[in-house]
Design a protein around this ligand. Structure first.
Ligand SMILES: Cc1cc2nc3c(=O)[nH]c(=O)nc-3n(C[C@H](O)[C@H](O)[C@H](O)COP(=O)(O)O)c2cc1C
Length: 167
């Protein structure tokens, strides 16, 4: 049995930390992993699930994700399943970092099934003077959690799809 057809749109520009998370999620979902501007809107109809991920930069997830969503006008998301994930220096504020993107994803007609967050190596500004914080993150445990999160989302989408087919 194959899982849902999935794509992960990810922008990871600081240490590639979010890309590491995206990679294990893509493996768990057998998903394509691309930067947002490399995923044409017309391809949306070919997937059941879209993951949106990036690092957090100046209190916000990467603008490329917002740009992609802003351009989504003619291809309705049609309550297509979605999830949001990030890495950041201040993980306890993940709800704050995710908020605007989650709202935009929902506003564009996706059903947001879950959010994932973990620490990422942060050596921005003065932090770089002593090598930064969370140097070893995401670590193996973070990546295991990411993989399990993705597998859980896949099960939910697959279950909903199977139920809709049987109905
Ligand atoms: C320019 C810049 C701004 C950042 N701003 C924040 C921030 O506002 N809040 C936070 O928690 N982390 C912040 N960080 C830390 C990053 O979110 C963190 O290092 C993340 O893991 C980067 O992901 P990436 O390696 O995938 O790009 C910032 C990092 C950079 C380089």
């Amino acid at each position: 049995m194959t899982g849902p057809r999935a794509v992960i749109l990810c922008k990871s520009v600081h240490h590639g930390s979010t890309a590491k998370v995206a990679n294990v999620m893509a493996a768990a979902l057998q998903a394509d992993l691309v930067e947002p501007d490399a995923f044409p809107y017309t391809s949306l109809e070919r997937v059941d699930l879209v993951g949106f991920g990036s690092g957090v930069y100046f209190g916000r997830m990467h603008e490329a994700l917002f740009d992609w969503l802003r351009g989504l006008t003619d291809a309705p998301a049609d309550q297509r399943a979605a999830f949001v994930f990030s890495t950041s220096g201040l993980p306890f504020l993940s709800r704050v970092w995710h908020g605007p993107l989650v709202r935009e994803v929902s506003r564009k007609g996706f059903a947001v099934l879950g959010e994932f967050h973990c620490r990422g190596h942060d050596s921005w500004g003065p932090l770089g003077l002593f090598g930064g914080i969370h140097k070893r993150h995401p670590d193996g445990r973070d990546l295991d959690r990411a993989s399990q999160f993705a597998a859980g989302i896949a099960r939910r989408v697959w279950h909903d799809k199977a139920a809709a087919t049987c109905a």
